[in-house]
Design a protein around this ligand. Sequence first.
Ligand code: FAD
Length: 468
Amino acid sequence: MTSLITSRARHVAVIGLGAAGLVAVRELRREGHTVIGFEREKHVGGLWVYTDRVEPDSLSVDPDRTIVHSSVYQSLRTNLPRECMGYSDFPFVTRSGEGDPRRYPDHREVLMYLQDFAKEFKIEEMIRFDTEVLCVEPTPENNRNWSVQFKSSSGVSGEEIFDAVVVCNGHFTEPRLAHIPGIESWPGKQIHSHNYRIPDLFKDQVVIVIGSQASGNDISKDIATIAKEVHISSKAVASDSYGCYDNLRIHPTIYRAREDGSVVFRNGKVVFADAIVHCTGYKYHFPFLKNNGYVTVEDNRVGPLYKHVFPPAFAPGISFIGLPFMGLQFFMFEIQSKWVASVLSGRVKLPTEDKMMEEAIAFYTKLEDLGIPKRYTHFLTDPRGNPMLGTFKPEDAVVISQSDYFNWIAKQCRCTYIERWRERLYNVAIKKIFFGGDSYRDQWDDDQFIEEVYGEFAKLKSNQDCSS
Ligand code: FAD
């Protein structure tokens, strides 16, 4: 492993060891920093560590509930081809003779990939497992140092001072719920997708699934294999239509729920349902940033942040990896981590606090002018390639194109831009999600292109072998 010994090696805490935290630890160490990773669970992998356990409160609204981190359901397969999902120098390729060789593999395969990454770069030696970070705050005597207070599952607590904190706690654990008039007195069962694992609970029932994005789509089909009827409530449709199964119907949004167990959709259709599954997304949540004056979460906007990473007033002492959602997540975690690591070492400079704040405000103003709600602030994908964003105009790409964002960061920290093949593969994959039908994960006709991609992986490997 290459390690740059810099004149400004920092002592850095990384909170959370999912896909974001793992690569953050690696990049920080490569830049010469000393790193301690805090992980609440017993393993690396975050979201991809599947568990049968769910939270006792099926809507996860009780703030004092015991948190189950993962939101992965048993049947989950990736929604992107593995080749574009991996980190830039550690391709997510088929493992010889074991695991799931499919291009859209199951969740176990992603976890194995992350475990392999941790092993390859000896990351576990820098992690304190079973240790939850409870509080992060600037030290009173010196606004530029950070106190991290933590507690292990055995009850041992402590505090340590760091030069910087990198927040990688994920944002798919704290459910967001749709407001449905009358729901308080609706008698059926309700769960959020965070607590969905298998369809068995819904055998022979009439189920309403709210939301038609990735999880809503998967979960409704999963449940349709066993339920009497599944009714999807989707923002994307104006009138009702049949889905790909005989017992699955798609409706517009819900108008209201009633005491007699019925649910009325906006087109006037009425369904008597046994259960509602809320696939309505998640909220950013940083319970350990107590009484802080540096970042707030407002309608799911974490701000103010410079380029989704640094709060201007406290940069670079605290930074956030992985806030933008949709798109090439692992690649983004890597490039953001390189930026944070190089800024902390002083190799790359940030603008002044005022300039960063000006930029953040200009960005928010632009979103507002375009009529984009705050909750889409971190929606990072290219509208030119994403039909779901049909209401956004192509010129908006300047605000939210993921490749522009990655390449802007790459330029700052003088690292490699997003590969053309990765960009191309992603753009095809995202269209397949929307137009590729039910079997989009198993049908493709790009063998020649994939051969080229594997050729790139082979070149990468031979370069790595030469330089080691
Ligand atoms: P996480 O994986 O959530 O990791 C955060 C870690 O922080 C956890 O290990 C947690 O235990 C730890 N933690 C949290 N709080 C504390 C604390 N206070 N103290 C200590 N530790 C703490 N992306 C794709 O690229 N492809 C896909 O196919 C795909 N499918 C998805 C399917 C679902 C259902 C969901 C919800 C997301 C999917 N994603 C997918 C996006 C996914 O979020 C990212 O791929 C990525 O794994 C998120 O990594 P992360 O490190 O940001 O967060």
